[in-house]
Design a protein around this ligand. Structure first.
Ligand SMILES: C[S@@+](CC[C@H](N)C(=O)[O-])C[C@H]1O[C@@H](n2cnc3c(N)ncnc32)[C@H](O)[C@@H]1O
Length: 256
């Protein structure tokens, strides 16, 4: 199966839905709202004048929010619809950001820059079959001394949702609707891979990155899964036998 074609088609469909959604709130962004969460803002407090590569940037709201904070942004995504919308928003807001349509793994074939920061967040690695290859792309895209930062949904949630915590030899192939409130009945086929925390950490170490910090959070900043309960504004939890399930993890690493 051509998993890239299947997932590109799904993300092109999802982009059309997301652009119109309250979940993404494009008008709020155009009015000046920052779409980044406290988790990643605390981890990368100073991006001014830094070159920042955003892998799997979707239609660019987070990328453009980094640009508003002074970063010189390059966003990369598989979905041509997402990249078209991101480019349109960059032109409209006149922010310092450019967007490239590419599979993560092919990006090194068309890129000859190295960046101060490589960033990726929330719902990215499940679309990639091999994290060793992903980590090599990150390492080769960073300048020496550069920072990699990711905030991602925790694989413990996959377990709760009925998927594997651990990596498997085959992906899950699903027919599913998207997560924004306006999803309706429209579904698309998606191909997804499970990755354990150890797989992520070991892939980054294997690519030569030096891990500085790993954090886990008992909440999601997004209301995007079944069973979430909002306990504070913008913090959604899933209680399990009286305790909260870890829903997000983050990793900060440096290239030597
Ligand atoms: C959940 S979204 C990214 C989340 C982002 N935080 C957001 O909500 O704006 C996942 C993105 O990964 C992209 N994607 C999936 N597979 C990819 C691949 N192989 N290479 C590059 N981008 C990919 C999709 O097109 C989609 O835009």
């Amino acid at each position: 199966m051509d998993y890239l074609a299947v997932n590109r088609n799904a993300w092109n469909q999802r982009t059309e839905i997301h652009v119109e959604s309250e979940f993404y709130d494009v008008n709020g962004f155009l009015d000046g709202n920052c779409t980044l969460n406290d988790i990643e803002l605390a981890a990368l407090p100073n991006v001014k004048d830094k070159s920042l590569l955003h892998l799997q940037c979707h239609f660019g709201l987070d990328s453009l929010s980094w640009a508003r904070r002074g970063a010189k942004v390059t966003g990369v995504d598989l979905s041509d619809a997402a990249i078209t919308k991101a480019t349109q928003l960059a032109n409209q807001t006149k922010l310092d950001a450019k967007f490239i349509c590419s599979d993560v793994y092919s990006f090194t074939e068309i890129n000859n820059h190295q960046f101060d920061i490589v960033f990726t967040s929330y719902g990215t690695i499940c679309w990639l079959p091999c994290l060793k290859q992903w980590a090599e792309v990150i390492a080769s895209s960073l300048k020496s001394g550069g920072t990699f930062y990711m905030a991602e949904f925790h694989p413990c949630y996959d377990l709760i949702a009925g998927y594997s915590y651990f990596d498997k030899s085959h992906p899950d192939i699903e027919e599913e609707a998207t997560y924004s409130e306006n999803a309706g009945d429209e579904t698309s086929k998606v191909v997804l891979w499970s990755h354990a925390m150890s797989t992520v950490v070991n892939a980054l170490i294997g690519a030569g990155l030096s891990i500085k910090e790993v954090n886990e959070y008992p909440y999601s900043p997004y209301n995007c899964f079944e069973g979430l309960i909002e306990t504070e504004k913008g913090k959604y939890v899933i209680p399990h036998k009286g305790n909260n399930v870890p829903l997000v993890f983050s990793i900060k690493a440096k290239k030597r």
